[in-house]
Write a protein that binds this ligand. Structure first.
Ligand code: AMP
Ligand code: GLY
Length: 425
């Protein structure tokens, strides 16, 4: 079966790499892809949000399946458009993608489904938001309601900071139109985890747990990014906690989406805070996480294409997935300056040498080919991922690989997976 994979980040390279291992896969097209996906299939020069061009291409090549990686084309209705053209597509339709694309929608859905989340209020006017935040004397979290590439959240230590953050989002529009509306939330304390599940409308298959590292700096300091590294599994998610998450979050969410008339199909990603009172939802995403996908798929031993087809066909109930018991750690190498301004076009060396290490895969994110070289082409450049007999070994191997790779201005956190290592001890 020929497949079109939409997207061009580290998540998509990981998906392309895993799909390539499927015996059922014929040709793999990736639109637009990156220098890494070019090793797994054929990159196609179509932007990931150019819906008409993507549908035309899928029709012309008669692909058996279109798989949508990023949130923006999902929210814009790429799956709806593919299905209207009789092309099987993996991912939620636009109505279900609101669960990520509109934080006000997701708050409302959680309220209706009695799903635990931070107390939050939605504002369309800065003056109203300001008055509300000023009336409180605790830390607050200010979130742009729309899509902001994972960066639209500002955690504030006090109301004064909160008002400033609301002003920057709503008035200065630092996250663009995504900030026309904001959600003001109570700050939750605890440790975070990402729980990803395949959902076919009614059945749920929960994948192995993982943990992202959102802030740019070591020790979780500085502004939020798309994610600077991840590992799987997350020891904070014990078997008992996983049962609670299924029962208290995933099942009621899938049910609430059905009751709402927006049934969910695809990957449901719950970003959770594990508090002393149990799991609380920080956000939902409607797709694989980036960079969580890199360590998760590195551990998957089953055929990913078969799972995607089971989801599309509503046959997830029969799916059985095998996982490598060894942990995996992914360290993101970013361009200097990210998540602010950064330069592109820096030549990357040493990534092949890094992959000569056992159980290491260098997933590309913001990279492209230029005259035989691979050069940087985005904020997050590479996701260097390694398996190890334990988390510490996986971390050591990932950084051994990182240290073989060079480009001007390369930056990475040095403490990815330390929370898991601390907890294991
Ligand atoms: P989100 O995109 O909503 O997951 O938020 C990005 C990051 O901001 C999360 O991964 C958390 O680190 C932090 N965050 C979001 N909401 C809260 C909250 N209510 N309390 C504490 N931290 C939060
Ligand atoms: N890793 C966070 C995200 O994919 O949104």
């Amino acid at each position: 079966m020929d497949v079109l994979l939409i997207g061009g980040g580290g998540r998509e390279h990981a998906m392309a790499w895993k799909l390539r291992q499927s015996k059922q896969l014929g040709k793999l097209y990736i639109a637009p892809g990156n220098a890494g996906t070019a090793q797994c299939g054929e990159n196609v020069e179509i932007k990931d949000n150019d819906i008409p061009a993507l549908v035309d291409f899928a029709k012309q090549k008669r692909v058996g399946l279109a798989i949508v990686g990023p949130e923006e084309p999902l929210a814009k209705g790429l799956v709806d458009a593919m299905e209207a053209a009789q092309i099987k597509a993996f991912g939620p339709n636009a109505a279900a993608a609101q669960l990520e694309a509109d934080k006000a929608f997701s708050k409302q859905l959680m309220r209706a489904g009695a799903i635990s989340t931070a107390e939050g209020r939605v504002f369309d006017r800065f003056s109203d938001a300001k008055a509300y935040i000023a009336s409180r004397d605790e830390p607050v979290v200010i979130k742009a309601a729309g899509l902001a590439k994972g960066k639209g959240v500002i955690v504030c230590d006090d109301p004064a900071e909160g008002i400033l953050a609301a002003e920057r989002i709503m008035v200065d529009r630092i996250f663009g139109a995504a900030g026309a509306r904001i959600v003001v939330e109570d700050m939750l304390l605890g440790e975070e985890a990402s729980i990803l599940a395949f959902v076919d409308g009614h059945s749920i298959y929960v994948m192995e747990s993982s943990q992202d590292h959102k802030p740019i700096g070591d020790g979780d300091t500085g502004p939020n990014t798309g994610g600077m590294g991840a590992y799987s599994p997350a020891p904070i998610i014990t078997d008992d906690m996983m049962v609670r998450i299924s029962r208290e979050v995933l099942v009621p969410t899938v049910d609430a989406m059905n009751r709402n008339g927006t049934p969910f199909k695809g990957v449901l990603y719950a970003g959770l805070m594990i508090t002393s009172g149990g799991p609380r939802v920080l956000e939902f995403n409607v797709r694989f996480g980036d960079p969580e996908t890199q360590p998760i798929l590195m551990r998957l031993q089953s055929d990913l294409l078969e799972v995607f087809l089971a989801v599309c066909d509503g046959k997830l109930e029969d799916a059985f997935l095998k996982w490598d018991p060894r942990p995996a750690v992914c360290v993101v190498m970013a361009s200097g300056g990210y998540p602010g301004d950064y330069e592109k076009g820096k030549v990357i060396t040493g990534w092949k040498e890094a992959e000569e290490l056992d159980d290491v895969v260098v997933f590309h994110a913001g990279t492209r080919q230029r005259n035989g070289d691979v050069v940087t082409n985005g904020g997050r450049v590479l996701g260097v991922t390694a398996l190890g007999t334990n988390v510490a070994a996986a971390k050591a191997r990932a950084y051994e690989a990182v240290d073989r790779i060079h480009f001007d201005g390369a930056y990475c956190r040095r403490d990815i997976a330390d929370k898991a290592i601390g907890r294991k001890r």
